[in-house]
Design a protein around this ligand. Structure first.
Ligand code: NAD
Ligand code: MG
Length: 389
């Protein structure tokens, strides 16, 4: 029996994870569930899955949750705040942690899970993008298993040999090819992009996801973050990571080998497939997703990304090449700019302008401690806000 903590249980990935878990009560038990503010949703999950602990973002949310659970006779213990998140991610009674909080807020508990030697199922790419070597060092020091849940990285993981050990050259890997749908604005006239609304930006053609990652998909910053994520997960240099636009989202990513072979993983665009793979690895379990019907799809297209249309992708490659805390600065500026766009305070194209200005004005430093990293994150957020106001 695997006991799981789900960080971000009420989000898109959290809900899909519980859907897979519910299909296999013989294998999985929920140890803890966390949510920021959606108390009613979390209460319903507690009543269904009976976790030992539930964590929310504030004292007020904790008292509402405690009241709802008490009325229903549910014995789940309620806690709140960052230290409680870190505790449920590292508790001795938990075996695996699904890291599915969105953004930098997920870093402390995800790092706590890595340090405690938990099996880490990583959906929260921002945590790895920010902390890079710090995070990988924690994984290596504790001997944690790190399983990528992001569909592209999960696909690549499936296409790599056993015992890969982040060494592309040793295993004849010449490139990893990240596929990207291109999002909702792939074909839209570039001149009109500044007038797109948040509703248009979050309407992804193939995937149903949280709002922040949906905007990231529209700017292709999501793919940029994934390039950096792939660098850390697979030990590939920026030159060894290519992005290929593939609008059908059937091939989730590929690995190109020196002998000319290209291995791909295919599937319907449903996150329950990579989630089930991560949960059961190295076994395979049913996820509720049907096999892809290739005859029905009939046609798969591929082309190169256009950096003029998607400047955020270029900014992410630049941050990876700059190294140190540059990816953390990129990520922080992006989080602030995306929120400002969703709040209708800036236009869509201001997102890349804000990030670029922050990158130009804040020099990156070497990656030293979590404290320093969070300080850089804070500075980048303040800088981004100063460009927005
Ligand atoms: P979402 O917005 O649907 O859910 C986010 C979850 O995080 C919620 O449970 C919310 O309560 C929690 N949360 C938000 N802010 C928080 C804070 N400050 N402190 C603590 N908890 C907080 O997001 P999502 O689409 O499920 O994405 C989650 C993560 O997974 C992101 O990092 C995203 O990039 C990654 N991811 C998502 C998908 C997808 O298909 N949705 C695919 C690949 C990777
Ligand atoms: Mg992805």
């Amino acid at each position: 029996m695997q006991r799981i903590t789900i960080l971000g249980a009420t989000g898109s990935i959290g809900v899909s994870t519980l859907d897979v878990v519910a299909r296999h009560p013989d294998r999985y038990q929920v140890y803890a569930l966390t949510a920021h503010s959606r108390v009613d949703d979390l209460a319903a999950q507690c009543l269904q899955f009976h976790p030992e602990v539930a964590v929310v973002g504030s004292a007020q949310a904790a008292s509402s949750l405690t009241r709802i659970l008490a009325e229903k006779g549910c014995k789940t213990e309620v806690a709140y705040g960052e230290s409680a998140l870190c505790e449920v991610a590292s508790a001795s009674r938990c075996d695996s942690v699904m890291a599915a909080i969105v953004g930098a807020a997920g870093l402390p508990p995800t790092l706590a899970a890595a340090r405690a030697g938990k099996k880490v199922l990583l959906a929260n790419k921002e945590a790895l993008v920010m902390s890079g070597s710090l995070f990988m060092d924690a994984i290596n020091a504790s001997g944690s298993a790190l399983l990528p849940i992001d569909s592209e990285h999960n696909a690549i993981f499936q296409c790599l040999p056993n015992g890969y050990g982040r060494a592309p050259d040793k295993h004849g890997v010449s490139k990893v090819l990240l596929t990207a749908s291109g999002g909702p604005f792939l074909k839209r006239d570039v001149e009109t992009l500044d007038s797109v609304t948040p509703e248009e930006a979050v309407a992804h053609p193939n995937w149903v996801m949280g709002r922040k990652i949906s905007v990231d998909s529209a700017t292709m910053m999501n793919k940029g973050l994934e390039v950096i994520e792939a660098h850390w997960l697979f030990g590939a240099s920026a030159e060894q990571i290519d992005v290929v636009i593939h609008p059908q989202s059937v091939i989730h990513s590929m690995v190109s080998y020196v002998d000319g072979s290209v291995l791909a993983q295919l599937g319907n665009p449903d996150m329950r497939t990579p989630i089930a793979y991560g949960l059961a690895y190295p076994d395979r379990i049913a996820s509720g997703v049907s096999a892809v019907d290739l005859v029905k799809i009939a046609h798969l297209a591929f082309f190169e990304p256009d950096f003029n249309r998607f400047p955020c992708l270029k900014l992410a490659y630049d941050a990876l090449l700059a190294g140190g805390t540059a990816p953390a600065i990129l990520n922080a500026a992006n989080e602030v700019a995306v929120q400002a766009f969703l709040d209708r305070r800036i236009g869509f194209r201001a997102i890349d302008r804000v990030i670029s200005s922050v990158m130009d004005s804040l020099p990156s430093t070497a990656m030293s401690s979590l404290g320093d990293l969070l300080e850089q994150d804070k500075q980048a957020r303040e800088k981004a806000l100063s460009f927005i106001h």
